[in-house]
Design a protein around this ligand. Structure first.
Ligand code: PAF
Length: 271
């Protein structure tokens, strides 16, 4: 894999380019995106950039795991041609212009992490301009992020086609996340319950049990097991508006803290 650190060094050959933006700490979820890009594109660019503007002042920016050499090996094995690994200074020479995606970014993660989606949308817009990919790949685990980026690409007429790929899970159901490594063994043992309760609420809703009742039970189960539930909700899969009744494209989304670690997950109601 060719490691590129500056915008000027990144070339733009006239070939179908697949792009996988990441913050490093690569796991099987990222690698599935890189492999999909490899299968569909002539050239695969992976970015490795822990984006400071999407972290809140009390979040884990400084302790976010960083290991470029290891990530480079994993990305290369999965089929990346170029690893774009810029410094913060290279990306943010100035910080006056922001991309704010109204509506879809406001509730849920947006409400709990003020400024988060502004940081994500801004850096992804910048990376799209820097890399100029044909296609870009994101994981559905960050469901709201996928909707925010889709809205931005449409609203700003960014010429890239987006692929959103299924969440990769541990054998016990826990969605892969770079933050799972923060869990202590006891928390790790409890963590799959988040997905179990999403499945359980989904099954109840599908057999006609009242949405708010099914969600209330799932949230209580999680709380009783030691989770601190931030939200557990049924939402419209495009607008992210809260639903009280199931409809097509509905999505169950949840965020909960186990100790200091915040986990998020979601499933389509068809799952
Ligand atoms: O999902 C992530 O890892 C980040 O939010 C992204 C899309 C790379 C932007 O920094």
């Amino acid at each position: 894999v060719k490691i590129v650190r500056t915008i000027g060094e990144l070339d733009h050959p006239d070939v179908v380019t697949g792009f996988v933006p990441t913050m490093g700490a690569l796991h099987e979820g990222h690698l599935s995106l890189i492999r999909a890009a490899r299968a569909e594109c002539e050239r695969v660019v992976v970015s490795l950039f822990v984006n400071p503007t999407q972290f809140g002042p009390t979040e884990d920016f400084t302790r976010y795991p960083r290991d470029e050499a290891w990530d480079g090996e994993l990305a290369s094995d999965a089929g990346a041609d170029v690893l774009f690994s810029p410094s913060v200074e290279e990306i943010y020479r100035g910080r006056s212009t922001w991309v704010e995606v109204e509506g879809v970014s406001e509730d849920w993660e947006g409400a709990r992490r003020p400024g988060h989606f502004r940081g994500v949308a801004t850096v992804v817009a910048k990376l799209f301009n820097i890399v100029a990919p044909t296609r870009a790949y994101f994981g559905l685990k960050d469901y709201q992020q996928c909707r925010v980026i889709a809205r931005m690409v449409e609203d700003l007429n960014i010429p890239v086609s987006l692929s959103f790929l299924e969440t990769i899970r541990e054998p016990d159901g826990l969605a892969l996340s770079s933050r799972n490594r923060y869990l202590c063994p006891q928390e790790r043992a409890l963590a799959p319950l988040l997905y179990e309760q999403l499945l359980s609420a989904s099954a109840k809703i599908r057999v006609g049990i009242d949405v708010d009742e099914a969600i209330g039970e799932a949230a209580s189960q999680l709380e009783a097991s030691g989770f601190n539930v931030d939200y557990f909700a049924l939402v419209d899969g495009f607008t992210l508006q809260k639903l009280h009744r199931s409809e097509q494209d509905a999505r169950l989304i949840a965020a909960a803290k186990l100790g200091q670690t915040r986990l998020i997950d979601n499933i389509s109601l068809g799952t």
